[in-house]
Ligand binder design. Structure first.
Ligand SMILES: Nc1nc2c(ncn2[C@@H]2O[C@H](COP(=O)(O)OP(=O)(O)OP(=O)(O)O)[C@@H](O)[C@H]2O)c(=O)[nH]1
Length: 190
């Protein structure tokens, strides 16, 4: 089974005020930072940037999947778009707005996913879930995502209601929770 890295880089960036996936800091665009992290982990056979028609022309030199079938359906729509091309594989998902995630953490998720191949594995810090740093896998995933998107209940919470999900809590490891830092507003960059 292959592991396919996914950089989630679509959406509206309403809170950020401009397309955050294209926002540059420390010399790299946000989606590039996450792409680099996935590459550095050494876990991915392929890495795909999941984005939309508007952003696609601004993403350089990467394999891109466009979420046109369920555009603006949020991160679940972005994962579904890639699942259609990789129906059998393990999808290692990281959103472009969590650019500090570490290789060690990605490896820990991957290890858990290998031990529990029919379950979705997501990150957490105590009660706070980070579903856009996780592994999506299992035989029913494509079908279940499509049902969820059709139902228009687009939150991860609603989706997880019908799924077998395992949570990897950073508090039970030696990792620093700062690796989950999430950029939603311009002030988060500071
Ligand atoms: N491919 C794809 N990615 C998405 C979509 N919506 C959100 N994302 C990505 O999923 C991650 C989490 O997105 P959010 O911060 O919840 O949503 P957002 O639209 O980016 O921002 P807000 O409008 O401020 O909520 C980010 O990395 C987004 O780039 C979508 O419809 N398609």
């Amino acid at each position: 089974m292959k592991t396919v890295g996914i950089v989630l880089a679509g959406g509206k960036s309403t809170r950020f005020g401009e397309q955050k996936s294209l926002y540059e800091f420390d010399g790299r665009k946000m989606y590039e930072h996450v792409h680099d992290r996935l590459e550095a982990s050494g876990l991915c056979d392929e890495i795909i940037v999941s984005t939309n028609k508007t952003l696609e022309p601004h993403i350089d030199g990467r394999t891109i999947v466009d979420d046109e079938e369920y555009e603006d359906h949020g991160p679940l729509g972005g994962i579904y778009a890639v699942r259609k091309s990789f129906p059998e594989d393990r999808l290692l998902v990281v959103s472009c707005d969590t650019p500090f995630v570490s290789s060690e953490w990605l490896k820990a998720l991957h290890e858990r996913a290998a031990a529990e191949p029919d379950r979705i594995i997501i990150s957490a810090e105590g009660d706070k879930l980070h579903p856009t740093i996780g592994i999506y896998q299992g035989p029913g995933l494509e079908r279940d995502l499509e049902h969820q998107l059709q139902s228009k209940r687009l939150s991860f919470k609603a989706f997880f209601g019908n799924q077998d999900v395992s949570v990897l809590d950073i508090r039970e490891t030696g990792e620093d929770p700062d690796i989950f830092r999430n950029i939603n507003y311009k002030t988060d960059i500071e």
